[in-house]
Design a protein around this ligand. Structure first.
Ligand code: HEM
Length: 252
């Protein structure tokens, strides 16, 4: 016979677990609805995106060692994980992850802007931007320019759908594609301008995320500001070196 104490235990356990899950998801939603919650989401997705940007820049520098290295690297990105994974599967997972980060980053940014405007609907009488840098003031428009750049870039150097003559773009021939791409100077110039916007965005963005995560103290503030600036400038120089090398004939 069943012990009376054990009557319906699975139902009871199930409901406890469900209640906890609901409580957790309520807590997460409530956190997302706060300004600090959105800032934390911006900071965490920002770290992932900065990581990608640095990795991508280092990968691009392989172009200076010749066509073979970078073309093999491009194939490797698609073949990594095989045979357990399908061709390109891991790359697709990374693409989806990055897309989620970009969407969350932008959604949080737009909502934070709305929240701070709602908190001060009238605006400041004098808008002097005391103690803010140029990088801080260009975060929104710089961000919009970066989104436009990324969309163009994917159609351009990943898809070969814009900026190339017929038959000029070849799948997995990254070296040849990049040389052909930057032989068109308006496109090369657009890339350089976009990299300047990226540099400004990172200069302020990295510093902001370190603040959001509470890593700054009165003593390390100058060092963290310097680290943000160094990363931003290194990323700018690393990326722009490629179009500049093609335009000057170093890479051909
Ligand atoms: C001068 C600067 C840049 C150059 C020369 C460059 C070059 C390239 C090339 C050649 C590819 C295709 C790689 C392949 O098919 O294996 C690519 C893909 C890509 N790039 Fe860039 N890139 C630059 C800047 C950026 C920046 C600043 C970002 C983001 C902020 C970015 C994001 C991407 C993304 C998301 C892909 C697609 C990766 C994939 O799904 O395969 N790129 N880039």
């Amino acid at each position: 016979m069943q012990n009376p104490k054990n009557l319906n235990p699975p139902v009871h356990l199930h409901s406890v677990a469900t209640t906890r899950r609901v409580a957790v998801s309520h807590r997460e939603v409530a956190f997302w609805n706060t300004m600090i919650g959105k800032k934390v989401v911006m900071a965490i997705t920002g770290i992932a995106l900065v990581g990608f940007v640095i990795g991508h820049m280092l990968g691009n520098l392989k172009i200076f060692t010749g066509p073979e290295t970078i073309n093999v690297y491009s194939r490797f990105l698609r073949e990594v994980g095989m045979p357990e994974l399908e061709y390109g599967q891991l790359l697709w997972l990374v693409r989806i992850f990055l897309l989620i980060c970009v969407v969350l980053h932008i959604t949080a940014a737009v909502q934070l802007t709305r929240m701070s405007r709602a908190a001060r609907p009238i605006g400041y009488a004098t808008k002097k931007d005391i103690e803010t840098t140029w990088a801080a003031r260009t975060m929104r428009w710089g961000g919009v320019l970066l989104v436009a750049f990324i969309v163009f870039h994917l159609f351009h150097l990943t898809g070969g759908l814009v900026g190339f003559g017929p038959g000029q773009f070849k799948d997995l021939a990254v070296y040849q594609n990049v040389v052909a791409a930057f032989a068109v100077w308006p496109i090369a110039s657009f890339y350089i301008i976009a990299m300047a916007a990226l540099c400004l965005h990172l200069d302020h963005g990295i510093w902001s995320l370190l603040q959001t995560l509470g890593w700054n103290t009165a003593r390390n503030e100058a060092t963290l500001l310097m680290i943000s600036r160094v990363i931003a400038v290194v990323v700018f120089l690393g990326f722009t070196s490629v179009p500049v090398a093609v335009m000057t004939g170093w890479i051909h």
